[in-house]
Design a protein around this ligand. Sequence first.
Ligand SMILES: *Cc1c(COP(=O)(O)O)cnc(C)c1O
Length: 381
Amino acid sequence: MEKNVLVMIPGPTPVVRSIQEQMGREIQAFGDPRFVKDYKELIDDLGKLFNCSGQTFPLAGTGTLAMEMAIANTTKRGDNVLIVSNGFFGDRFIDICTRKGLNVDVISAEWGSCVSPAEIEKKLAEKNYAVMTVTHVDTSTAVVAPIAEIGKVAAKFPETLYIVDGVAATAGEYADVDGMNIDLMLTGSQKAFGVCPGMFIVWAGKKALERRKALGTIPEYYVDFEKWLPIMENPGKYFATPAINLVWALKESAAIIAEEGLKARAERHSKHAKAVHKALEALGFQILAKEECRASTLSVCIYPEGVEDVKFRNCMFEEGAIVAGALGAYAGKAFRLGHMGNIDINTLVQTLGCVERSLKACGVAVKEGTAVGAYMAALAE
Ligand SMILES: *Cc1c(COP(=O)(O)O)cnc(C)c1O
């Protein structure tokens, strides 16, 4: 029998049975009226769920392709862009924008903290930026950006489109596209949506769609809004083959999210994240992100003195849960734990048990039940 290992990295995240079942369905043609109806409903449901009055594009590809789509449809060579970076994925926009020949300005925070709305406002006042990018939760630091407050700042600069990378956040942290003045938000299927990797979602607000129109012909092909707009209107038409079974899986995920409610889902994530932090601190770990900007979707956990990273993560795997290594300056010094999507108290109790046993195997004296005890106590508060 194959060993069952909980996938507790920051994406892919555990996939619940009802979503898996959609993956295992008999294939249908993309023009099959049953599939066309399902896809159309998904497009509309996702738009409503995240309050986007523009166009929602759920397409085949990963989060990185969604980042490229965002930039491709809102900028042209020579434009100024402001990148607000709280870590590795914020920096990924630098690469994408530089390759496109954009003039890139970056404001970054030290790893573990977050660029403030005031700093952003100061920078936006300096010159005309075509777009600004903000990473909702940076997966390298587990820092959450105050996207609603930044949206209030963005409203003062209507020429600058506000782009939010929600890949490790959307459907875990709360977001409201129109309500937060977001012009374009993007995410991937494999993170807080709890679907297998392979699809991304771009929510483009009205201003983003107008900007695309004003650009004329753009060099990019697959990610061009203009190519996809007729398909999003009538998914029975062909431009490029949709990921049929993933569309169904995403539809099931959207139904789960709608049933739970976006706000309730964000509150659940927040409550469990706080309890997980208490449990890890009780074991002697330190949480990298400062308390005022800690994400609910994942944690970067700095090892207690003397714990060897690879050994710890190998022990975790043996115990039945896989976690990720840390990035940048924290590689070898911390591990990353995903706690987003359709997981529950049982998943986290199991995982924290694995953390505790692995720590013990790495030579740290811990009293049995410390982590789970602290987690349960925090939840009961
Ligand atoms: C994972 C991630 C990405 C990249 O997504 P892929 O699906 O791996 O291409 C981008 N941004 C953030 C914040 C992420 O967490």
